[in-house]
Ligand binder design. Structure first.
Ligand SMILES: Cc1cc2nc3c(=O)[nH]c(=O)nc-3n(C[C@H](O)[C@H](O)[C@H](O)COP(=O)(O)OP(=O)(O)OC[C@H]3O[C@@H](n4cnc5c(N)ncnc54)[C@H](O)[C@@H]3O)c2cc1C
Length: 403
């Protein structure tokens, strides 16, 4: 029986490992961390991502993961409300976007995979390099506190995130888009009636606020790339004072009251890139390792789950064959990339637009933002805006689990 090695237990790797193990395929998942809670990760699941979980047959198990549905969306331009919509359950499976505990979701995925004896999870082990045999990737070198060892496999899937070792070690070339922004994240107690998502746009800034899965208010302040050092130097109180200037009086008062309770803000260094080719003979990268998504529109988690479904569709039939046809396998890896790029490329192009508008410091930036603010408050403007937003909530392509 062929053996698959998945590197990285994020949403892409954990869900793919589950899908393969469920089909009886020998699967080893290697995760650098011992505990999924140790790294802050994205936590907005769109209807497209929730539907992916349903398709995996995990709707009941997902009920046990902490989530908070986002019931409305408000957009403010220079602290004046220009859009306020009750979010309708999407065309996809009647679901609303939700903040989800990613550690909770990942623990659920590996627990479900662990119900199959063909699955092995190795925690606290880092992949350091790949092994080549006759021009094909045939395994990885792994380091843990028990030393270094080699693990052989018929195929290596790199789902090891934006700093992917598999991507680097197989020599994949990367195209970088360089978003001009970074995001400062912080959490504090949530106002009692805060149900959905608010975006505050204006004066070259964007603040995002939503009720998170743990009933905390998640605050994200979009800043020009490279300016975090200065903000950090001035401390949390200064950060909150600056954010309070950009939001409505109700939220500003709340921020000032709870400034003392803000969990240490940290920087998300925004990146957007894509490898030129997702595969080498015997190896494939998926999720952020293939295409690191900009944080715009909360897409990374959702497209990672959808990558896993398409990868399973192509790989499971080949891995069930009595002997592995490596030529067919390598062709399947290219087909996975082609199918997923039909969604990833347009989404990445769409993600690049808002930061250019929001952070534009040219003389015409502010008049343009005001004009746009007026436009999106009209009914035709709202229709156009919602059709763009639906690409983020529902995805671009039809992704259906077939195996
Ligand atoms: C602060 C922040 C906020 C975000 N907000 C959102 C959001 O709201 N919505 C959204 O959809 N997306 C968001 N994202 C993006 C989202 O988290 C990622 O796009 C998504 O997690 C990608 O999933 P992945 O499985 O491809 O990679 P990751 O989630 O990065 O998982 C990779 C895994 O591989 C492991 N790993 C790395 N290197 C190795 C190695 N050498 N050996 C073994 N294991 C390794 C890591 O420990 C990690 O567990 C956010 C990201 C960040 C950082």
């Amino acid at each position: 029986m062929p053996r698959v090695l998945v590197v990285g237990g994020g949403p892409a790797g954990a869900s793919l490992a589950f899908l393969l193990a469920r089909r009886g395929i020998e699967t080893t998942l290697i995760e650098r961390q011992r505990d999924f809670a140790r790294e802050f990760r994205g936590e907005v699941l769109m209807p497209s991502g929730l539907e992916a979980i349903d398709q995996m047959g995990l709707a009941a198990e997902f009920e046990g993961v902490e989530t908070r549905e986002m019931q409305n969306f408000e957009l403010y331009m220079n602290a004046k409300r220009c859009v306020s919509v009750e979010l309708q359950p999407g065309a996809v499976d009647g679901r609303l976007p939700a903040a989800v505990s990613q550690p909770g979701m990942l623990e659920m995925l590996v627990a479900e995979a662990g119900k199959h004896t063909c699955f092995e999870l190795v925690r606290g082990a880092s992949v350091m390099g790949v092994i080549w045999t006759g021009g094909r990737v045939s395994g990885v070198r792994v380091r843990s506190d028990r030393g270094e060892r080699r693990i052989n496999a018929d195929i290596v899937i790199g789902a090891d995130g934006r700093a992917s070792a598999v991507r680097k070690q197989t020599g994949m070339h990367v195209r970088h888009a360089e978003p001009p922004m970074d995001i400062v994240w912080g959490k504090l107690p949530c106002p009692p009636n805060f149900r959905g998502v608010r975006g505050y746009l204006g004066r070259g800034h964007l603040v995002i606020a939503y009720r998170s899965w743990d009933d905390q208010l998640q605050l994200g302040w979009v800043i020009l790339k490279g300016t975090f050092g200065e903000i950090r130097g001035r401390g949390v109180e200064h950060w909150i004072t600056e954010v309070a200037k950009l939001v409505t009086p109700d939220l500003a008062a709340h921020l000032r009251t709870y400034a003392y309770a803000v969990a240490k803000p940290f920087l998300l260094d925004s990146a957007s890139d894509c490898v030129e080719s997702w595969s080498k003979p015997g190896a494939l990268v998926i999720g952020d390792a293939a295409h690191t998504m900009s944080p715009v529109g909360g897409q990374g988690l959702n497209v990672a789950l959808r990558d896993a479904i398409v990868t399973a569709n192509h790989l499971v039939p080949l891995l069930h064959a009595p002997s592995l046809d490596t030529k067919a396998l390598d062709k399947a890896l290219v087909a996975i990339e082609r199918e997923r790029m039909a969604e990833i490329a347009p989404i990445q192009r769409l993600q690049a637009i808002p930061p250019r508008l929001v952070l534009n410091r040219a003389w015409w930036g502010e008049p343009l933002r005001n004009l746009l603010g007026h436009f999106v408050s009209t009914s035709i403007g709202q229709r156009i805006a919602m059709s763009r937003i639906s690409i983020f909530t529902e995805g671009m392509t039809d992704v259906t689990l077939e195996v």
